[in-house]
Structure formats: C-alpha cells, structure tokens
Design a protein around this ligand. Structure first.
Ligand SMILES: Cc1cc2nc3c(=O)[nH]c(=O)nc-3n(C[C@H](O)[C@H](O)[C@H](O)COP(=O)(O)O)c2cc1C
Length: 743
C-alpha cells in the first residue's frame, strides 16, 4: 500500500455547470441501496452534483434534468420490481408514452441485483432497461447483473463493473483543467450532520449549550421529560461514570477472540481454524458443536426499551406467546411467535382481504450493553445522553423526536451490529491517526483485495462493533453517526396463519398473527457463534413486549375466492418455508372446498423439525409427503447404503405422526426433489389440472433441484417430450402458476 497519510480534511465537491447525476435505486432488503450509496459517493468525488434516492421519489420529468442517471435495482417476488419502484415503474409503463421517444435526452446506466436460482433472473433490471431504451434513452455504460449465487455474492460482478464505470465516467466526462477528483484521503462533507445542544460535564449534569446556541422550547421540554422519566428507563437513566460502565462491560463480555489481533501495536493474523469448506453465507447448517464453536455461558442481556417508533403504517402489537419450536438439542433454534395486533378499522378490510399471504415487518433494536460498549469505545460518554438536534435523516430512519440523544439513536435506529460494508471501512481511514491502522484499513478496501476483505468481514460475520474493537484508535465523531452507521431496517416474516378474514373479530380490530422464525446462527472462523440483529432481538423478546409492527400483503395472493381455493396445489417447503404455505392451506380450508393438495415437506428429523406436522391430518384433500434427511442415516457408514424401513421413533409425537404418514425411506432419496420424482404419477395428475406450485424455504440448490424434479415429472409422464419442452411448459402461466419464496 502506498502513502496512506493525510486523512481527515473535508472537501466540498465543486459545482460544475451541467454536471449532475441521479443514482436511483429499487431495493427490498438494502443491498441495492448500499450500492447506490457507494456509487453516489464516487460520483461526488468526480464533482457530479449527486442525488441518491429511491426510484419512487423521482418523477419522469425529474430524471431528464440530470445529465446522467444510474439505476440500481434488485428483483423481488417472481421477477418483480421492488416496492419502492412501483410508482415510478407504473408511470414509465404508461401506454401513452409509447412511440414518443420522450426519454431521448436521458443518458443512463443500470446495475441489477438478482439470484440465478430464480427462473426470472434479474428481470427487474432487464425490464427497466428495455423500457428506457424503448422510450429513446441512451445507455452511457454497459449494464451489470450481479448474482447472489456467485462466490463473493453480488460483488463478484459488481466490483469489476464499478471500477470500469469510474474509469469510463472520468474518460467520457472529463473534469475542467482546474479540477481534479477528490482524493480518497479527503472526506466529503456529512449529509446528515447532527448537532449537540448541550453537553454533560464531569459531574453528570448537562451544562449550557454547544456552539453558543441557547436552548429552544423543544430542548427545554426534552430535558425536563428526561428528568421526570429518569427512574423509569435505562435510556433516560444512563451510567454517568465511564469507569463504572467500562467495568460492567468487561464483566459482561469476556475477551473476544478475533482473527486479527493487536499485539504490541501490530496487527497479526491469528491462523484461522480449518472447518473445511464454508457453506454459502456461512449460515450454520449443523449443530454448533460440529464446528467447535465456543458456546458462551448463558447470558441474557437486558432488553432494549419498548419505545414505539413513529414508523409509517405500523400498528401496536403485543407479543402473546413465544416458544421454541425445536428441541434444545436440535441444531437449529426455531421460534414460534404469536402477536396480538391492533390494526385499526381503516386498514382492517385491506388486511383481511389479503389474509393467507401476509408479511409481518419487525424493526429490531440494539441491546443496551452493545450501545454502552460503542459509546465507551468511541469516547462519546459526555455526549451520549445530551440533547441532539436532528436536521435531516437518511431514508428509512424513524426517529422518535426531532430532539433526541445519541444513545436513543444507537439503540433504536442505527445498526451497530451489521456486517460492515466497504464504504464504512473506507471512511474509517479519516477517523484514526494510528498509521498502522490506516495501513490495515487501506489494505482491506484496496481493489484486488476482495478475498481478504471477505475473510475479515462477511465470512466471519464480523460486526461493526467487533471491527471497532480491533481498531481501537478509530474515533468516529458523533456528528457523523447518521452518515456512518446503517439504518436499522424492518425485517419481513411470512405470516404462518391464514383464514383471518373468516374469524369473528371484535370491534377493536385486533388480529392474532403467527410467525415461525429460524434464529440465524453463523459458523465462522471467529470461534464464538454469531447471530443476526433480528435473531438476537427476537430470541430474548418476552411475552407482553409491545412493538411497532407492520402487516402487509405480500406480492402473490393465491386465495381470493372459492374458485382459487379449489385449484389444485403442489406445495414444496423446507424448514421454516412451511410458514407461508401453512397460511395458504388454512386460508383455502376456510372456503370449505380446498382443492387437492400435495405438500412435500423437507426437514431433518420427524421428531425435531416437522413443523405443524400434528395439524395436517385435519385438512381434507391434503396429502403430506415429508422427507426427513437425517432420520434414516445410521452412524456406521456401511449400513447406510439403503434402508427401506426406519427405526421406530421413540418420541410420542413422532410415533403418532409415523402412523399418520408412513413413509418409505431410502438413504439416497430423502429430499423433497426425490419424493417428487417418486410420486411422479400423482404430481403429473395435478399438473394436468392447472395447479399452483409453491416453492418455499432456503435458497440455493433446493429451488433448482425442485424445478429439475418437476421437469423430470413432465417428461416421465409424457406430458412433454423433453426437458426443453418441459421448461417451456412450466414457464407458461397458462399451465401452472409458480410462486417461489426462498431466502
Ligand atoms: C422473496 C425474494 C424473491 C426474489 N425474487 C427474485 C427473482 O425473481 N429474480 C432474481 O433474479 N432475484 C430474486 N431475488 C433475489 C434478490 O434480487 C437478491 O437477493 C438481491 O441481492 C436483493 O437486493 P436488495 O436487498 O436490494 O433487495 C429474490 C429475493 C427474495 C428474498
């Protein structure tokens, strides 16, 4: 790495006449938004006046005002546009625009994000591009199509695309002689600076005001309410002694092993343990002991405060019931949660008419102990609980008040345990004066070092908080928190109960909503097991907790009337993928005339993760074909070749299920795709009757193998001549309505 010094100065991009850029994104879970953010920073450094926003915030008339536009969009649903593009997309598709060449002055580039295990790979970006070209727009750079299935995910395609994009921009849109690009060692000004209104002194009192401004009425009210509620809330009753807090932190958090450790001011690489090939995404796919993960002694953190954030279209929900759905010694911790939602009379009819295909959105929060750690690490003790004025906030951040505190933002709004993005790490260069740290950071984000970046961040699922533990010299100014930390996004869960519209509902418009959640754990080279923010939050959520929840219809609504309820259904689910399928089955049943249904369900063990298995026998016309991948695998390899019987289950539930669903086992044929082939005749009989086909569960190989099995059925049953014809047949909505929801 060359010279990495001279960081920290702030340089404002110059205003160059006619040099503007709009980076417009469509994103469901934030990846496209991150990429748009990175592209926006890059174009600002090239002195383009840059706007980064979601597509729906732009009108068609606005886009032609920018000299250049970059679109970044993921694909969702079944080849659909993300929700925050739908308004824009509808406008763009208006028939009256056809043949008008109305976008002839638009110069654009497009990058799509997709997953090639979906049949309609990157369709959103492809559709958008085709329409823009049809309306006369010109493409100034080649399109890119990222694929989640690649080794390094979207980055495998994105990074080379991005490097070339930068070079092209500079070559094709040169700067005036007087200007050069803003170098990496200079900072751009913050977009969302926060201003402190007063500060805590050494005695734990807030003193005066910062920057000479006197307190406004808002701030005075804020401070008064803090005093009143100080004894009720952890957030409003902070530790005033940094030493005490540090002591608590050390007591609660034993030394954390990291694979990059500082020793005598040097960074050394601890040799990572060899666990063989990592699974895609590092999600734990087996019992933690297999990976020699160090289980921490059970530590139940203090829960985050219940403050309900003003998130649009949310209602108040209360957790009624929370239970583990798999045995404690099972590899996967699956939770069944039941909420009571007060959805209000206004949205009630909409929600009820979509029952059977609903999604529940939950906004997780950070634990107070994690927030404490960050505050100490950054040296924000004096500012953490002082009133802070918000001017602008990033999209998606729902602050409780205009005047808030750093601690409140860190607890409720900012994702301090996200896996750090490249842009986050790159910015850290400005916030440490330690040259070794600067060198190490620069090395991590240098083009060509992607593998090292992944080994340090994504592979071990290292969090921002953990990264900052490694780089102790980094001190992020509190004024940049909104620019630096990602916003906590709502996480979507398929509602697993249906038939809501058929239940008698009291006038207060309360509904019970169930979800089935696999708490995601990761196996990593860092020996401690990892959990996602939401999994960690849900794990310790107590019955009675109140939350701001959003209930929304999902894109595919399969059961709107008795005709649809009567259509045959071939449902294929693995693990918690059963959730949306259970809702559909319950909804169909409420019409009293559900069509013939085959449910192929893949799990590990009949006794451990046959979710809702005891319920199925009460549904007429439903045939359940479970595939348990581990039940028939015997410990000695020589006896596992073929086994057509299975040992009698000892668990009473499993024994009961065995009598209801006798299944012939074969050691080589115990996945859903094998069962589909084994029941080819019956599947084909339903295929002839214009069925729905639902595929839900883990992404990757499962949906591809299932699709292949369905193609085989079409060929085996002579419905199609060969696989190519079968592929065409399956893609024709006139024959079958396919719906895939895999994650
Ligand atoms: C429910 C769901 C449906 C999806 N449907 C498609 C699809 O039809 N085609 C595709 O190429 N990718 C599909 N994907 C993959 C996403 O486009 C991909 O994961 C992308 O990186 C997400 O970016 P985002 O976070 O900006 O939304 C789907 C992902 C999910 C979770």
């Amino acid at each position: 790495m060359g010279d990495v010094g001279g960081f920290g100065r702030v340089v404002q991009p110059a205003a160059v006449e006619g040099r503007s850029m709009a980076v417009l994104y469509g994103s469901e879970t934030g990846l496209a938004e991150d990429i748009a953010g990175e592209l926006g920073k890059t174009t600002e450094r090239l002195h383009f006046q840059t706007t980064v926003d979601e597509m729906d915030s732009f009108k068609l008339a606005d886009i032609v005002r920018s000299s250049l536009v970059v679109f970044v969009t993921s694909t969702t649903g079944q080849g659909d546009m993300p929700k925050n593009t739908l308004k824009f997309w509808k406008n763009l598709r208006r028939e009256k625009l056809n043949n008008t060449n109305c976008l002839r002055s638009l110069r654009f580039a497009i990058f799509g994000l997709g997953d090639s295990s979906y049949p309609k790979f990157n369709w959103a970006a492809r559709k958008l591009r085709a329409r823009l070209l049809q309306l006369g727009a010109t493409e100034f750079f080649r399109p890119g199509e990222g694929d989640e299935r690649h080794d390094n995910g979207i980055d495998s395609i994105y990074l080379p695309w991005y490097e070339e994009f930068k070079k092209t921009l500079l070559a094709d849109y040169p700067l005036p002689d007087s200007l050069s690009p803003i170098p990496d060692n200079a900072q751009l000004p913050p977009k969302y600076p926060v201003q402190l209104l007063s500060i805590m002194d050494g005695t734990g009192h807030f003193r005066g005001s910062v920057g000479g401004a006197s307190l406004t009425e808002d701030e005075r009210l804020f401070l008064a309410s803090k005093t009143q509620s100080a004894d009720r809330s952890h957030v409003d009753n902070p530790q005033t002694s940094p030493e005490k807090a540090r002591e608590d932190w050390l007591r609660l958090n034993p030394t954390f092993p990291a694979d990059f450790v500082r020793r005598d001011g040097l960074f050394e690489k601890d040799s990572p343990r060899d666990f063989g090939t990592m699974d895609k995404g590092n999600q734990l796919k087996d019992h933690p002991e297999k990976y020699l993960l160090e289980r921490q002694p059970a530590h139940i953190p203090e829960c985050p405060p219940e403050d309900l954030l003003p998130i649009p279209n949310t209602c108040v929900g209360r957790l009624l019931h929370h239970a583990r759905a798999t045995p404690v010694d099972h590899w996967q911790d699956v939770r069944h949660l039941v909420f009571d939602l007060d959805i209000g009379s206004k949205t009630f009819p909409d929600i009820m008419s979509s029952s059977g295909s609903l999604t529940l959105v939950i906004w997780p929060k950070n634990y107070p102990e994690d927030v404490d750690e960050l505050i100490l690490q950054m040296g924000w003790e004096a500012e953490a609980d002082a009133p802070l004025q918000l001017k602008g906030v990033p999209r998606g951040l729902h602050a409780k008040d205009r005047v808030t505190t750093l601690r409140h933002l860190l607890t409720h709004n900012l994702d301090i345990t996200a896996v750090p993005k490249r842009t986050f790490i790159r910015e850290l260069l400005h916030f440490t004066e330690d040259e070794r740290e600067q060198e190490r950071i620069a090395e991590l984000v240098e083009p060509g070092n992607e593998q090292e970046f992944y080994d340090y961040t994504c592979r071990p699922r290292r969090t921002i908080l953990e990264l900052l533990r490694d780089f102790t010299g980094v001190k992020i100014p509190y004024s940049r928190v909104l620019d630096m930390f990602p916003v906590i996004r709502g996480r979507e869960f398929s509602v697993c109960n249906g038939g809501l519209g058929f239940n008698e509902v009291d006038q207060s418009c309360h509904v019970k909503i169930e979800i089935l959640v696999a708490l995601v754990e990761y196996k990593t080279i860092i020996r401690r097991p990892r959990q996602g923010l939401c999994s960690r939050y849900l794990k310790h959520l107590n019955a009675g907790t109140r939350l701001a929840l959003q209930l929304k219809p999902s894109s595919s609504h399969l059961v709107r009337n008795d005709v649809e309820a009567r259509r045959p259904l071939i449902a294929i689910a693995t693990g918690t993928g059963i959730a949306p399928i259970r809702a559909v089955i319950q909804e169909r049943d409420c019409y009293g005339v559900a069509g013939d249904t085959m449910l192929f369900f893949g799990a590990r063990n009949r006794s451990a993760d046959f979710h809702f298995g005891h319920e199925w026998s009460s549904y007429p016309n439903l045939r359940v074909l479970p595939a348990f991948s581990r039940d028939n695998i015997k410990p000695e390899p020589e006896t596992t070749v073929t086994s057509t019987t299975t040992p009698a289950p000892t668990d009473p539930l499993a024994a009961a299920l065995e009598t209801v669903y006798p299944v012939q086992y074969d050691a080589h044929k115990n996945y859903v795709q094998h069962l589909i082939r084994a029941h080819a005749d019956d599947v084909a009989a339903l295929m002839r009757r214009h069925p729905y086909v639902l595929i839900c569960g883990s992404n990757g190989r499962m949906p591809i193998s299932v699709r292949n099995a369905l193609l085989d059925v079409l060929v085996l049953s002579k419905m199609c001549e060969d696989k190519e014809a079968a592929e065409k047949w399956l893609s024709n909505p006139g024959n079958v309505s396919m719906w895939q929801e895999t994650w």
